[in-house]
Design a protein around this ligand. Structure first.
Ligand SMILES: [Fe+2]
Length: 312
């Protein structure tokens, strides 16, 4: 059953856009400077890069990664998580079909939607229709879970819930195989809504079991003790979305170290993975940073191949 909207999320949804606060950098933070986007669009259209940038958005890539853990129960060795985040789907014509076509070729055990379903910070009927189509396609293949991002309103959680998706709003679900458990801990958005709550999400959770934290943004790592989490899966950064040659992000949109902006990372004993996301936002283009469909395979450390991957 879908959890009721939290007071924090409800307050932010009702009072609309506020500043992203970063100390003195608040006043030069691009998310607080909406006039930058029209300038960038004008530049792209003038230089002929607009069409190429949008074609890059539709060229979403599959990224398959093995992650090894010493404390993963053997019965979950080889467990595959399909992670799809940052759809921004209502302004990206053709992306739903391109993504579902590639997902259809993949084998996995569960699917998790990582938030940011709308292009702008508003709920739209177009975004709801696309997400209903996506949820219907995915729900026939595995259990589907979802968390909420900084672009999302509670109305989208209601849409996903009605489509058969289990939406985790500061709560967890435990998967069990012959007495061994893997916990999916889903927190609400920490970037814009400031609504993520670790204690609420883990209430009633016993100490044993493998813990997977699902957070839209990697920034929640600043709020938890690394020892509490085995795997932290997130998105939000888009990997930079518009990058220099070599994939160097110009803007990361997250207060985390650069190595946490995309791909696999490690913080003490906690392994993290940040997806570049499926879609694009602010401006519907990508350069030197393709969108990503993420397939994570969890491996028990004792398995030889997993060990080599981890050491590499
Ligand atoms: Fe996003």
């Amino acid at each position: 059953m879908l959890k009721a909207i939290s007071k924090q999320r409800e307050h932010v949804e009702q009072h609309g856009k506020h500043l992203i606060r970063r100390g003195w950098r608040t006043w030069i933070h691009w998310e607080n400077l909406p006039w930058l986007n029209p300038l960038f669009v004008g530049f792209l259209k003038t230089t002929g890069l607009w069409r190429r940038g949008f074609a890059n958005v539709l060229d979403v890539q599959v990224e398959q990664t093995e992650l090894a853990f010493t404390d993963l129960p053997e019965l979950f060795d080889g467990f595959r998580i399909l992670w799809l985040s940052d759809f921004h789907i209502d302004k990206l014509d053709g992306l739903t079909e391109a993504m579902l076509s590639k997902v259809g070729e993949l084998d996995y055990d569960i699917c998790i939607l990582g938030g940011d379903y709308s292009f702008h910070h508003v709920f739209t009927d177009e975004a709801a229709a696309h997400m209903q189509q996506i949820a219907a396609a995915l729900a026939g293949r595995s259990e589907v879970y979802a968390i909420m991002g900084n672009h999302d309103h509670y109305a989208m959680a209601e849409v996903l819930d009605a489509a058969g998706v289990t939406v985790l709003l500061n709560e967890h679900r435990s998967l069990e195989r012959d007495g061994h458990r893997l916990h999916l801990i889903g927190v609400d958005d920490c970037h814009y809504y400031k609504a993520a709550d670790w204690h609420e999400a883990t209430a009633g959770l016993n100490g044993d079991g493998f813990k997977v934290l699902l957070s839209h943004s990697p920034e929640f790592q600043n709020k938890i003790r690394h020892a509490d989490v085995d795997l932290y899966v997130c998105g939000h950064t888009h990997g930079g979305q518009v990058c220099l040659p070599g994939g160097v992000a110009v803007v990361t949109c997250a207060s985390v170290p650069r190595h946490c902006v995309k791909g696999r990372w490690q913080h003490k004993t906690m392994t993290g993975y940040t997806s570049r996301g499926v879609g694009a936002s602010s401006v519907p283009v990508r350069f030197n940073c393709p969108g990503e469909i993420t397939l994570l395979t969890l491996k028990a450390e004792n398995n030889h191949e997993a060990h080599e991957e981890h050491e590499g």
